[in-house]
Design a protein around this ligand. Structure first.
Ligand code: HEM
Length: 124
């Protein structure tokens, strides 16, 4: 059965994605020179691409189509990547980067909550 393999791979890449983000956020605040290491630069792109490939495959395997909760996850993913980019590329002041870091973590938490509840607005 392909479904459990895809779902667990998807979840594993999600875990890798947030782990790499936390490592790079730590480096961006305390050891920015380490952000220049090629593997640290490239790995998150590969992980995020695989995360998305697994997600799209899941949509096909489940035949769920673009339901509201899936669109919410895609939009929140764009926010997560955007906020993460502000932190990692060191855009703006330290306050902006701390705020962006919090927002990236909130976006990620929202994605996980939507994944579990399958509801975009589970909190209302
Ligand atoms: C950082 C981004 C993401 C995270 C952390 C994440 C997390 C998760 C988790 C934890 C599950 C398992 C939920 C469960 O059934 O208990 C899941 C399932 C799933 N995700 Fe994601 N996801 C992300 C991005 C996406 C995106 C962008 C899409 C759509 C394009 C997507 C589509 C799906 C689908 C279709 C499932 C299967 C749901 C089911 O088994 O019924 N995910 N995701």
């Amino acid at each position: 059965m392909i479904y459990p393999i895809l779902k667990h791979s998807h979840m594993m890449f999600a875990l890798l994605s947030i782990s790499f983000f936390l490592i790079r956020a730590y480096f961006s605040f305390s050891k920015p020179e380490l952000l220049k290491i090629k593997a640290i630069k490239i790995a998150p792109h590969i992980i995020d691409t695989l995360l998305l490939i697994m997600a799209i495959s899941l949509i096909f395997v489940l035949g769920v189509g673009l339901q509201t909760w899936i669109i919410a996850k895609i939009v929140a993913l764009v926010f997560y990547i955007g906020f993460a980019t502000i932190v990692i590329k060191q855009f703006g002041s330290i306050t902006i980067r701390i705020l962006a870091c919090v927002m990236a973590l909130l976006s990620f938490s929202y994605i996980v909550s939507v994944a579990i509840t399958k509801q975009a607005l589970w909190f209302i």
